[in-house]
Write a protein that binds this ligand. Structure first.
Ligand code: ADP
Length: 622
């Protein structure tokens, strides 16, 4: 975890910087826009209020001058000492004042003394008062007219003085003065939407929509000014405290940013009276006064602050979104890379599998070819073997043919003799002898049939079907086939067959062929011996049928032992042996699932052992 912070520190700093910049920027922009907006509204208000003030003041501007049209007024001013006209003028002014709705109207002679006044009835009437110190009087004498804001010295009533000289054809006779109350206007200002003030040439607020601001000063007054006020009694010795207005910044088009300090006491006002304001001022035409509209910046500040907050939140959100998008992009890139790697691995694997499959199928094809080749070779071999077996059989038959011929000739000769004798005995009527001759003939025919039958059986091609074969019977059949040869050799046969005789699973014809071959070889080996003897035995050993052929000849020569089962190996003279007998015999026995082995018997002579599987009892046999 601690390692994460330094890694994310630059991002955090960047985020903070972005937040700071965006917040500040948004605040500034919103503030400027707000101020511009406020400025436009302020200008509009300024126009409006100026127009209404001008209208209000303008209403009375002509009034002092019109008094010069009144003959009584002029006459009174020509002779101020003659007071006879004064009551009439007073009455006139009183009436006029009432009609015009002004505060007071009075006429001053050139010396500054009030000769007639609308308030002549009141105890504090101006009549007789010396107002030569009033600036408006002096201005009027000097310039023909004078305007002045001031507070009345007698009643302390604030008002606007409009003064105008009254002249005849030759000289200035005096000054007519109208005092107008601006309270009416102030009242109409209570409905304005922003604080508005009118300040005079001294910076004293003479008119304000905020009642408490009246007779405050916009700027600090020095002592000289203050003592001058005392002299003119312009503000009738009012305190003239400061409004507490502090200028902050100059803006375009004469606008200013100002701050009004919060006063200790609460002011009753519908507007905010303290804080930052946009101040816009304009000189009121025809007066030394300035109208100022103050627009409070609170709302603009609030908007700017909320805009800043919104900007900060938006930037933070965008930043977060950016981070998330970046994170997601990286995640997707990783996934894509992983998928590509996976795809690559998969393709590689598939390519390898294809290669291996191709190799395998090639190997398989090779194997199949080899197997087919083997099968073909085996078939060829089997065919050749069959042919050889057949040839072997025919060879045996060839060898036997002399004996067979002899064997058949004897019964044939006997048959001829017997049949000749039988005819004669029949002619003689010796039926008994004839019957015995015929019986003898039948026996001989049977014997001949037996011989030829065995030969046929031997020569017949094997079916290849394995059957249960009683071994002793097969042995007897073989001996029967070799009967002539055995007789010629005068060989002794010792046959050992247990009861019940072993039954092997094999082909009887081919087994007989093997036995004939082994017994034939034994006879060949003992050729010329005085008392040839062959020992034959049948037995069941270790679940197999074992058949042995032992002779009492010279036994197997060393060379013969090593080449015994090789094809065409023979020690016999040409034309006598082909060297195929044992080869074929071994092949036949192998077909039965058995073995054929040859060795020398310890007591002399050759011993051939044949082992073949025992047949199941349930199997059929001949
Ligand atoms: P062939 O009888 O045509 O020679 P065989 O394959 O039957 O062919 O015999 C091969 C050889 O084995 C014989 O030539 C002989 O030398 C030897 N042999 C076979 N049987 C005997 C036996 N009983 N005694 C001595 N030698 C034998």
């Amino acid at each position: 975890m601690p390692s994460r912070l330094p890694r994310h520190l630059p991002i955090l700093l960047l985020l903070l910087a972005l937040i700071g910049v965006s917040g500040f920027g948004a605040h500034r922009v919103a503030l400027q826009l707000g101020i511009a907006d406020l400025q436009a509204t302020g200008l509009h208000r300024l126009d409006l209020y100026t127009a209404s003030l001008e209208r209000e003041i303008g209403k009375y501007a002509f009034l002092p001058g019109t008094l010069g049209l009144e003959r009584d007024v002029i006459a009174l001013l020509r002779q101020p000492a003659d007071n006879g006209l004064a009551p009439q003028v007073d009455a006139y002014l009183e009436q006029l004042n009432e009609r015009a709705g002004t505060l007071s109207i009075y006429v001053i002679d050139v010396a500054g003394r009030v000769v007639a006044s609308s308030n002549w009835r009141r105890a504090d009437s101006f009549v007789g008062e010396d107002l030569s110190f009033r600036p408006y009087f002096r201005d009027a004498i000097d310039n023909g007219s004078g305007r002045f804001f001031g507070i009345g010295t007698t009643r302390g009533e604030p008002g606007y003085y409009l003064a105008s000289t009254l002249t005849d054809e030759t000289r200035t006779l005096g000054v007519a003065v109208i005092k107008v109350s601006l309270e009416q206007l102030e009242k109409s200002w209570t409905t304005v939407e922003a604080p508005a003030i009118v300040s005079d040439e001294n910076g004293v607020v003479i008119l304000s929509s905020v009642a408490d601001w009246k007779f405050t000063t916009l700027r600090q007054l020095d002592e000289t000014t203050r003592s001058a006020f005392d002299q003119t009694q312009q503000y009738n010795r009012r305190a003239l405290t400061s409004l507490g207005l502090q200028e902050l910044r100059e803006l375009e088009h004469g606008a200013r940013l100002v701050r009004i300090a919060k006063e200790g006491r609460e002011m009753a006002s519908v507007y905010p009276v303290a804080g930052r304001f946009l101040a816009q001022s304009r000189l009121l035409p025809g007066t030394p006064w300035t109208l100022t509209v103050l627009s409070h910046l609170e709302q603009v500040d609030d908007i700017a602050q909320s805009q800043a907050v919104v900007a900060v939140v938006v930037v933070a959100l965008l930043f977060m979104l950016g981070l998330m998008a970046n994170e997601r992009r990286r995640h997707l890139q990783d996934r894509l890379a992983a998928r590509e790697a996976l795809q690559k691995a998969h393709d590689e694997l598939e390519r390898k599998v294809d290669e291996r499959t191709a190799d395998l199928s090639a190997a398989n094809q090779l194997l199949q070819d080899e197997v087919s080749e083997r099968i073909r070779a085996e078939r060829t071999l089997r065919a050749a073997q069959d042919e050889l077996v057949q040839a072997g059989k025919l060879a045996v038959i060839g060898q036997l043919s002399t004996g067979i011929a002899h064997e058949l000739n004897q019964p044939l000769a006997a048959l001829r003799t017997l049949s000749g004798n039988s005819v004669r005995f029949l002619e003689r009527g010796d039926l008994d002898t004839t019957r015995s001759n015929l019986e003898r003939i039948a026996q001989l025919a049977d014997r001949m049939g037996q011989i030829t039958g065995q030969l046929r059986t031997f020569a017949r091609k094997s079916s290849g079907q394995l059957q249960a074969v009683p071994l002793c019977r097969a042995l007897d059949n073989s001996l029967a086939l070799l009967e002539t040869r055995l007789a010629q050799a005068n060989a002794e046969i010792r046959r050992d067959c247990p009861q019940p005789e072993p039954v092997a699973l094999c082909d009887v014809n081919r087994l007989e062929q093997v036995l004939i071959n082994l017994i034939g070889n034994a006879l060949d080996a003992m050729d010329g011996q005085v008392a040839p003897c062959i020992e034959l035995s049948c037995q069941c050993v270790e679940g197999k049928a074992r058949l042995t052929v032992r002779d009492h000849g010279p036994g197997l020569a060393d060379e013969a032992i090593s080449h015994l089962f090789e094809a065409f190996f023979t020690t016999k003279q040409a034309g006598v042996g082909l060297g195929l007998g044992l080869t074929i015999s071994a092949g036949i026995v192998r077909d039965f699932g058995g073995t054929l082995s040859g060795a020398n018997h310890p007591e002399g002579g050759a011993l051939f052992t044949l082992e073949i599987p025992l047949a199941n009892e349930a199997m059929p046999h001949d």
